[in-house]
Design a protein around this ligand. Structure first.
Ligand SMILES: [Zn+2]
Length: 179
């Protein structure tokens, strides 16, 4: 507590970081964390050792994510500071931000506002439109039911007119209400 504000520090130690052989866009995820003053919101960090986007190659990306299914308010504002610390040295990187986080699990906000895409809880890769419609293995069952195959391409679904089963598919995987 400080000036009536709740503050907490979450420290995440990554062992043998120098041996990480992650590709660009591939994250390392921290355990989830929460804290009394966070009103039921839950959080995790993602480090992308080879950068988050293609243009971040050669850099390390560090992103704070809010869990999609926490019990906190719809919109929650926090002030946070992200730092990367070397084992034996000062902060390699440090940045303060104040952000509003909405409890929205999916991709449209990311597409509209250029915010980082949330991560798929099943695959831990970025939850892009492509991932939801085509790639994510957890929806193969629904893909077979709607499209009669799980090997489809974006062209099959979105070419000229959207596939007549597209909205059925989105409803089936519980995404429709979030779009
Ligand atoms: Zn997935």
């Amino acid at each position: 507590m400080n000036n009536g504000r709740n503050e907490c520090i979450f420290l995440w130690f990554i062992e043998n970081y120098s041996y990480c052989c992650h590709e660009n866009g591939e994250p390392l995820l921290s355990p989830d964390f929460t804290f009394e003053g966070l009103e039921g919101t839950a959080w995790y960090l993602a480090v992308f050792p080879r950068g988050y986007r293609a243009e971040d190659k050669g850099n390390i990306s560090l992103i704070l994510y809010r869990k999609a299914n926490d019990v906190g308010p719809e919109v929650f504002t926090i002030e946070f500071e992200l730092s990367l610390l070397a084992v034996d040295g000062p902060a390699l990187y440090c940045r303060d931000s104040i952000c509003k986080f909405e409890r929205v699990g999916f991709t449209h906000r990311h597409l509209l506002l250029g915010e980082p895409a949330p991560l798929c809880t099943a695959c831990q890769c970025q939850m892009t439109v492509l991932h939801i419609l085509i790639e994510c293995q957890q929806f193969n069952h629904q893909r077979i039911r709607c499209f009669h195959t799980f090997c489809i391409t974006l062209k099959d679904i979105l070419h000229e007119d959207p596939h007549p089963q597209l909205f059925t598919f989105l409803k089936m995987i519980d995404f429709y209400s979030l779009i």
